[in-house]
Design a protein around this ligand. Sequence first.
Ligand code: GLU
Length: 457
Amino acid sequence: MTKAIYGGPVFEMARQQFKRVADHLEILEMERDRLLYPKRAIAVSCPIHRDDGRTEVFQGYRVQHHLTLGPTKGGTRFSQVDIGEVAALAIWMSWKCALAGLPYGGAKGGITVDPYALSPRQLEALSRRYMQEMIPFVGPHTDVMAPDMGTNEQVMAWFMDTYSMYQGQTINEIVTGKPISAGGTLGRREATGRGVSYLVARALDHLGISAGSATAIIQGFGNVGSVTAYSLAEKGVKIIGVSDHTAAYYDPTGLNIADLQRHMAKRGQLAGFSTQSFAEPSELLVQKCDVLVPAAVERVITGENASQLKCRILAEGANGPTTPEADSVLQQRRDEIFVLPDILCNARGVIVSYFEWVQDLQRLFWEETEVFDRLYRILERSFQQTIACAKRDRISHRMAAMAIGVSVVQSAKRTRGLFPWCSKRATLIEPECHRLAIAAVSQIRENRQAQPERINV
Ligand code: GLU
């Protein structure tokens, strides 16, 4: 690729991670750009009326990484995003979907805005205008949106309604993460957090630590962080630290989860929870605990603080919380810290999104038990595949999870070939193509069908 439009630290991180994996998998140089760079990037300006009658324009994006396995899939973020960050998040979605065996490429979208500075009317206007601008580029079989940072079920309902009004019929399957009353699935809201705690329980088990004796610190108290905290507490884990963008609290004797829940229901943010157990947010990450869950933004575990972490398990609830520099440190500390990498650890959101999309397409809705049963099967399989691959190839869990995801996409691209046909294909001769096609089919089949040996929910 001569000159790509993507840049910035988050995109650079996704690029570096991909390079490490591509080197490990010995992917040919000529295939790398095709795997890494997004298929499409859309930038739109979204004008809305402010409450005082002024007009203001917000910048919106959508990046669709690849369309090789099916439609693209991913959240929409209302925060201070730029195109490089959105592209990186779309790329991570691709590896995440492929690791879970979902028939999707990755996508991500966003508007550069502080959603908390908008009135409810402005938030609705901006959400609807963004979706209206995206109509030519999305569709239930092209690109399916979902919530992410700064968006929620209500925003998804507005997206779905706007798209449907333009089509003249209700099309629930255009977005996932909707309220149940608008075609959402049972279990979606809790999915990401409960999935993190499922994998944390598996990792504790793997290390021989009982949940009842374990402690956890959670950074970020939005949908992922809060549900993770409550569901870890249900398993008997003592929550000793929590933080969000408004405050951080730490108490080595354990925070009162019922009080936390009541406070969050009333205030919607952590500030004001306690006058006693204040902590410095950056210090919270390096306190001693069994489980550290970064569940907020990217790049919080860095080359500087990775050597100071005092956890046994690093469970990445956020997308991209650990930089490649930190990864190098964690690789040296692999006997001390068990990493649950983001594309494995926070995949439940998109897995249950996939279930929602399937139910919407079929107009056939499942019981919650069916949702969770299928979810835990996929998680268990991905967990076991990742651990086994890391052990076999003596690589980190992140490298293993990404290697599985990247290989699935690479195999599918090779099998489908490059359109249009070129008679001078330099390196792939016929028998080689045939071999790769067979490998691709068996890899995808293995990813979809492998039966997990144990599920301890
Ligand atoms: N935003 C979530 C994620 O980053 C969910 C995406 C989806 O459900 O499509 O995984």
